[in-house]
Design a protein around this ligand. Sequence first.
Ligand SMILES: Cc1cc2nc3c(=O)[nH]c(=O)nc-3n(C[C@H](O)[C@H](O)[C@H](O)COP(=O)(O)OP(=O)(O)OC[C@H]3O[C@@H](n4cnc5c(N)ncnc54)[C@H](O)[C@@H]3O)c2cc1C
Length: 561
Amino acid sequence: MHSLSSTERRHNLTNLTGERYDVLVIGGGVTGAGVALDAAARGYRVALVEKIDFASGTSSKSTKLVHGGIRYLPNFDFALVHEALVERGILLQNAPFLVSPLGFVLPIYEGDRHPVGMPFTTPKGIGLGLLLDIGLWMYDALAGRRNIRLHRHLRRKGVLKLAPTLVPEGLKDGYMYYDGQTNDVRLTVALIRTAAQFGATITNYTEVTSFISEHGRVTGVNVHDRLGDQQLTVHARHIVNATGIFAEEVEELTGTEPLVRIEPSKGVHLVLSREDLKLGDAAIVLPETEDKRILFIVPWESRAIFGTTDTGTGDLDHPTASKEDVAYLLKYLNRYLTVKLTEENIISTYTGYRPLVSPRRPGRATAKVSRTHAVLQSPSGLVTIVGGKLTTYRRMAQDTVDVLNRRDGSPVVHPTQSLPLQGSAGWPFVQRELEKKGSALGLSHQTIAHLGKSYGAESLAILDLISGDPSLAQLLIDDLPYIRAEVVYATCYEMAVTPYDVLARRTSITLEDRQRGLGVVDEVAALMAKELQWTPEQQKSLVDAFCRAMDRQIAAEKIEV
Ligand SMILES: Cc1cc2nc3c(=O)[nH]c(=O)nc-3n(C[C@H](O)[C@H](O)[C@H](O)COP(=O)(O)OP(=O)(O)OC[C@H]3O[C@@H](n4cnc5c(N)ncnc54)[C@H](O)[C@@H]3O)c2cc1C
């Protein structure tokens, strides 16, 4: 098994300077990780550098749905929906432990005018139910043979059985349709590790600060290692900019005018207790909002995710929910649910920016531009991949590496269409072994299920750590399934180098824990310190940095009462 330890990180930093790569990927979100894997699987010598941590940008802030996007149907974006539905099917096949089917209850109320964010309506809303049914038939049809399950009509009683806290007054009937759910960060980490298995050289905390050019073409980058505070130079034949909302900023570093304009749009989620919402196994689509948005309540482990907003831009490095965002979301929850929720019910919030793209100079983009995403080739030779969504990362990566194949005049092949991600090989068989061995080691049913969903077949490596040190089987937080062994695993195998990496990105403790990890950060840091030989001062300063970041976030979202 390939380990991405901190020793490996140091080794990779040395390699970065010494080698000349075929492809250098800038950005370790889901898109960059996907490009690194696709290129490495096609035989390229690949490096990837990420400025903070893997998935620290938008790729840890999504609604965690692997979906076609029913809200695109009323806009007649059929190609976009079809592409995402095909990718949904491929992901279910290539990462079966990470992606699971999820039912969505779509209630219909008297007086609905713009359900699922429909931009148009019918006179007095007559026939909207039928339109929704037609739309859902199309959704099923666009998924083709990869469809999860056909949607079905629900009577009023059926809707309330599946979503008992929906306000019954005015409820007419509804539909149940199916999409997929994943863990966005774990998906990104699985991609990073699979790319490393294919030989990619990968480092986090390495920021591209400038480009090196020869005869007007980019041939390398200068990188700042933020942990070691040193500068490195990396050379590559092709350089791919996969930096999401930072793509324009990074393109500007080449000294040429960027081809795209990024218009980030903020999305906020609330994390709530499933018990407070009496949420079963199905997600709920809230019928409509005044600003024609679609809001989802999604079961997420022991919690529920609710979102999202769609407001303007702000500090891209520190996306934060404002009290207005929180108030907006609570308003709609309380409008459609019989339970009354206040700020006190919120376990945590998380916020990200959508990488929405508009052309800067129409017609100047030389590469393929699609509605979902764009692969752009700048005159400097930099290839920028922008737009898209979590669900379509593989297709975005494939389209990007196709451009590189064509530049090289090499045959275009698509290996990632049926390439299992790390943790997927032998999964159903390993699942049984995990249950047997996990119970023998004293792990609860919840922890075993959680390990399976997060690490797949890799869970066995976590069990091995526990066999060596039974104290690692202990829970980190009483009401959550995370165990101490995951901290050691993240440090030794997943390049976690700060407590923040473990609490927010290798696990989702900052989202699920009522104390947002503040109660457990000392224990996590102590476990990491042992593996990484931190001095007491280093350990303290990393704990302090985590506490400051959390305190800042909590303060920003407080509603004044
Ligand atoms: C609120 C919200 C909800 C969403 N929900 C869904 C959903 O349910 N399903 C779905 O399919 N999609 C969803 N999306 C979209 C999806 O999350 C994004 O499309 C996707 O995560 C973007 O990934 P990315 O890798 O392109 O960008 P990012 O994840 O932002 O990655 C870019 C990376 O580049 C790094 N970087 C930047 N500058 C540099 C530099 N100079 N040097 C090195 N590295 C650098 C950053 O640190 C960052 O990690 C949602 C988006 C939002 C905002």
